[in-house]
Design a protein around this ligand. Structure first.
Ligand code: IPD
Ligand code: CA
Ligand code: CA
Length: 280
C-alpha cells in the first residue's frame, strides 16, 4: 500500500489536479470546433473525448499503478484491484461538439465497492466540485450543501435523455408531468454537472434513465456528501450499475418518488394541451 492509499484523504488533491489538466485540454479543443464522429445515431464522440481519457489514464497509471479503470471511451481494465476508477473524460459531448458551453470531466474512485472520492470539473466556469466519503462536499474548496426546498411545486429540477435507444426511453412523459408539478425541469446536457448542481443547491432534484457508472459515480458521492439522497425510482439504494438515478435535496425525495409511481401507473397524467386553446 502506498502512503496515498493509507489515507483516503490524500486522493482528492491529486484527482483535482488531473481533472484540471484534462479540462484545460478540453478547452483547447473547444476553441478549435472539433469534428464530430458518431458512435451511434445520436451518440457523438470527438478527438477531445479520446485525448482527455488518454491523459487521465496516464496520470492515474503513474500515480496509482495497478488500480482498475473503467472509462467511457476505452472500457475496463480489470486486474482485480480493490480500487476502481470511473472516468468520464468529457461529460456533455453533444454540447461540446456544438459549442454549447456546458460540459465537464468526471472522475470517481471506489474502494472495495464503496465510493470514496469524486471530482467533477467544469472548465468553462473553472468550477471544481469535490467530495470524499465522510468529509463533505466542496465547490472550489468551499463547503456546499443541498437546498432546503421543501415543496415540490417550488423546486427546480433537471433530467437528461440518453443518446442511444431514444425511442425506447419513456422520459419525455416524465419531463412533461414533472414540468407541470415544479418551477421547471432543466435539460442542460451533462448528468455529472446536474448531480453537482443538486449537491450545491442550484437544483433541488435530478433524474435520468439509463445512465452509466462513469456519468454518476462522482456526482452521486457529491450529492450524498452534501446531505442529499440518491436512489432508484422505487426508493431502493442506488447501485453503480443502476439504470435509474433519482437524486434530490432529501426533503423532496418522497414527493418525487410518489410522482414517479403515479406516472409509471398512468395515474393523474395531464393530457397534451390543445394548441388552439393556448392563448385563450
Ligand atoms: C451524456 C450526458 C447527458 C445525458 C446522457 C449522457 P456524454 O454523457 O451526461 O446529459 O443525458 O445520458 O450519455 O455522452 O456526453 O458523456
Ligand atoms: Ca457522460
Ligand atoms: Ca463522455
Amino acid at each position: 500500500m502506498t502512503s496515498a492509499e493509507s489515507n483516503h484523504h490524500d486522493f482528492v488533491p491529486a484527482m483535482a489536479e488531473i481533472a484540471r489538466e484534462a479540462g484545460a485540454l478540453l478547452m483547447g479543443y473547444f476553441r478549435q470546433h472539433v469534428k464530430i464522429e458518431y458512435k451511434g445515431e445520436a451518440d457523438l464522440v470527438t478527438v477531445a473525448d479520446r485525448a482527455s481519457e488518454k491523459l487521465i489514464r496516464e496520470r492515474i497509471g503513474a500515480l496509482w499503478p495497478g488500480h482498475d479503470i473503467l472509462g467511457e471511451e476505452e472500457g475496463l481494465v480489470d486486474t482485480g484491484s480493490d480500487y476502481r476508477w470511473y472516468v468520464d473524460p468529457l461529460d456533455g459531448t453533444t454540447n461540446f461538439a456544438h459549442g454549447f458551453p456546458v460540459f465537464c470531466v468526471s472522475m470517481a474512485l471506489e474502494h472495495k465497492g464503496r465510493r470514496i472520492a469524486g471530482v467533477v470539473y467544469d472548465p468553462t466556469r473553472q468550477e471544481m466540485f469535490a467530495a470524499e466519503q465522510g468529509s463533505g462536499a466542496y465547490l472550489n474548496q468551499e463547503p456546499i450543501r443541498v437546498s432546503s426546498t421543501g415543496k415540490l411545486a417550488e423546486g427546480l429540477v433537471a433530467t437528461g435523455f440518453p443518446s442511444h435507444k431514444r425511442h425506447k426511453n419513456p422520459n419525455i412523459y416524465f419531463y412533461h408531468q414533472i414540468t407541470l408539478r415544479t418551477h421547471g425541469v432543466r435539460r442542460a446536457g451533462s448528468a455529472a454537472l446536474d448531480l453537482c448542481y443538486v449537491a450545491s443547491g442550484r437544483l433541488d432534484g435530478f433524474w435520468e434513465f439509463n445512465l452509466n457508472p462513469w456519468d454518476t459515480a462522482a456526482g452521486v458521492l457529491l450529492v450524498e456528501e452534501a446531505g442529499g439522497r440518491v436512489t432508484d425510482f422505487q426508493g431502493g439504494a442506488f447501485q453503480i450499475n443502476s439504470r435509474e438515478t433519482l437524486a434530490s435535496n432529501r426533503r423532496l425525495h418522497e414527493a418525487l418518488l410518489h410522482e414517479f409511481q403515479e406516472i409509471f401507473a398512468g395515474r393523474g397524467l395531464e393530457p397534451m394541451a390543445d394548441p388552439r386553446e393556448r392563448d385563450r
